[in-house]
Design a protein around this ligand. Structure first.
Ligand code: BDR
Ligand code: CA
Length: 310
């Protein structure tokens, strides 16, 4: 079983990533869930992670709260996409039963990685603040990271014309991670926008009768609102790296050099992808370029069907 730590800011698509990882189609072993400020404040994101753990039966997985703001910039939230709670649309109980552990996310990352045999994959699906802090606090973890399978960046933006939200929200942290030397597989907007929750997929999903599928249908109905008018459906960003870890063949990628812009007036938070090798620098990223949308949805719908009816 592949060991993973999910670093997240739930967020409907973060919640769907956790649901996919915890499902019956997944061979992943979730070692911990860590939270970070992003879509909304870290307190709310943590409560949401706990609510999703209650829903999916992840009672024994430690959940640890992390950084409450980016390294340098002012916090920039995305409640216009995810709602005031960060997880609007669901009727899950507002107060989780499960509680977070009394340890900072950064220390959990360091402790788990140092104690490992180099077999833990990190799955950051929010801003990269916790990962950057962990690398700075204990640089020896870099050699222990099996892979960083992350959602963020791309050759176009959603927060600005050039920057994707997770990178924009803490570009200095992203830069530390991209320059760390850890092996990165990156799921940016180029590929996540090939996994759209189109009306036909939503209809298929709504026909699945169990509480987890119902929660996902509710979340997606709300979350789709932010995409109406501009796209054929909501982008399933954060489930992509989890989908890749379960079924890598769904994706195609290029090995490229990617740098994070931290000073540009119009391009702060942009991921600059050297597809043509013009920098002459060694690649630091497996850049996911394509996914098979049919297979991706098959996997996701099977994941939802794997949950029990009560
Ligand atoms: C990313 O930003 C967040 O709003 C989503 O949860 C996802 O991680 C997409 O740009
Ligand atoms: Ca996220």
């Amino acid at each position: 079983n592949k060991k993973i730590i999910i670093d997240c800011d739930p967020g409907q698509d973060d919640a769907m990533a956790i649901i996919l990882a915890a499902s019956g189609v997944s061979d992943l072993k979730i070692e911990a869930i860590t939270t970070v400020a992003g879509n909304v404040g870290v307190g709310k994101n943590t409560v949401n992670a706990l609510r999703v753990c209650d829903l999916t039966g992840l009672h024994d997985i430690p959940v640890a709260m992390g950084a409450d703001r980016p390294l340098v910039q002012e916090p920039s939230e995305a409640s216009h996409v995810h709602g005031q709670s960060g997880l609007d649309g669901t009727d899950l109980p507002e107060e989780p039963v499960k509680q977070p552990i009394d340890q900072h996310a950064v220390d959990v990352l360091i402790e788990k990685l140092l104690a490992s045999d180099g077999d833990i994959t990190l799955v950051p699906i929010g801003p990269l603040t916790n990962i950057a802090l962990a690398i700075r606090k204990e640089p020896r973890i870099v050699a222990k990271i099996k892979e960083i399978a992350m959602m963020g960046g791309g050759t176009f933006g959603n927060r600005t014309p050039s920057a994707e939200f997770n990178i924009y929200a803490d570009a200095e942290a992203a830069r530390i991670v991209f320059e760390s030397g850890a092996p990165i597989t990156m799921f940016g907007l180029d590929v996540t926008h090939q996994a759209l929750a189109t009306p036909d997929k939503l209809a298929e999903l709504k026909a699945i009768e169990n509480p987890v599928a119902k929660a996902v249908a509710d979340m997606l109905t709300f979350y789709s609102g932010a995409y109406k008018g501009n796209f054929a459906g909501a982008a399933m960003h954060d489930p992509c790296p989890i989908g890749y870890l379960i079924a890598p063949d769904i994706f195609e990628w290029d090995k490229v050099r990617v740098d994070v812009e931290t000073t540009g007036k119009f391009t702060y938070g942009m991921t600059v992808v050297d597809f043509k090798g013009s920098t002459g620098r060694e690649s630091n990223v497996q850049f996911a370029r394509r996914l098979d949308s049919g297979e991706f949805w098959q996997l996701f719908l099977d994941a939802l069907r794997s949950y029990s009816k009560s």
